[in-house]
Design a protein around this ligand. Structure first.
Ligand SMILES: [Zn+2]
Ligand SMILES: [Zn+2]
Length: 306
């Protein structure tokens, strides 16, 4: 299907959202055609960002370390970097900053390899996330048998143990969608079941706090079965209570119509949890991108070091 650049007709509201989100400082989680599961040319994201007065985006295509995963050897570092740097140059005159990010699939057994690779392949911004692999109990063909007769704690443990590992590794600017497993467990285990067991999240949140790693508020859950962000607002508040000081947010769009989807809600949630800025990195040290207190967040956010 042909997809066109930004414009009202090309930016349909999805999932009942009355208006596309706009006038926000940053979308820090996006996938282009250099991810195996996205069909979005980078220039379409750039055009949509300019159209929506979103002055900065991070392109975070997938990199996998298990040869059986789809983004293993899918795109080279060189090709990913060239794509982003060329777009950054082309779109700078429109007032858009395009950052070179990556979303690494984390598993504890690949940690040393990931550490070595990241040291040799610099990025502006690095997300570490746990995905559902070929052996996962959460795959559609396995999940029913996995859930039957188990407690919620033992149901989520294989996923949460890897997320704890990602948080404790200290390798990432942020850990992506920490309870993404909700998508695969739905409707056998619901968002309400997770909400009734907030203690499940504490070890992950403590590991993030201990390593100074940011918590991501991933808004893709708003357009998926759980119908809430990964993680939900109560978990963002708990992270802050535990001393967490850095939060990021992104739409995790793999389709142009998902660009910045739910991002306004993500920023509001972060603000309501008591944060005045989101964490980001543009290469170098972490920076804070301030969230204004008005409903429409201005697009020229002052930046300061955290
Ligand atoms: Zn992901
Ligand atoms: Zn992603």
């Amino acid at each position: 299907m042909t997809r066109t650049a930004a414009g009202p007709a090309a930016q349909p509201a999805v999932d009942g959202a009355p208006e596309p989100d706009r006038d926000l400082p940053l979308d820090s989680h996006l996938h282009t055609t250099l991810s195996p599961d996205s069909d979005v040319l980078i220039d379409l994201f750039c055009a949509a960002a300019v159209e929506r007065s979103i002055p900065e985006i991070a392109v975070t295509d997938h990199v996998d370390f298990d040869p059986r995963y789809p983004a293993y050897d899918f795109a080279t570092y060189r090709d990913r970097e060239r794509q982003v740097r060329e777009a950054a140059e082309a779109w700078a005159e429109h007032g858009l900053a395009v950052r070179f990010g990556v979303e690494v699939t984390y598993e504890r057994r690949h940690e040393a390899e990931i550490r070595n690779w990241l040291a040799r392949h610099p990025h502006d911004f690095v997300i570490g996330s746990v995905h559902i692999g070929p052996d996962s109990p959460y795959r559609l063909e396995n999940v029913g048998a996995w859930v039957a007769g188990r407690s919620l704690m033992s149901i989520v443990e294989p996923y949460f143990a890897e997320v704890r590992g990602a948080a404790a590794s200290g390798l990432f600017d942020t850990v992506g969608h920490i309870d993404f497993v909700k998508r695969y467990l739905h409707p056998l285990v619901t968002a309400a079941d997770f909400a009734a067991a907030p203690e499940l999240y504490d070890p992950i949140l403590r590991a993030l706090v201990d390593t100074g790693t940011a918590l991501e508020v991933n808004t893709s859950g708003l357009r998926q079965a759980p119908a809430e962000t990964y993680p939900p607002p109560s978990v963002v508040e708990r992270y802050r209570e535990l001393g967490g000081g850095a939060v990021t947010t992104g739409s995790d769009a793999h389709r142009i119509e998902s660009f910045a989807h739910g991002l306004g809600a993500g920023y509001r949630m972060i603000r309501e949890a008591g944060f005045e800025a989101v964490a980001f990195r543009r290469g170098g040290e972490r920076v804070a991108v301030r969230i204004a207190h008005a409903e429409g967040v201005p697009n020229r956010s002052p930046v300061r070091s955290l």
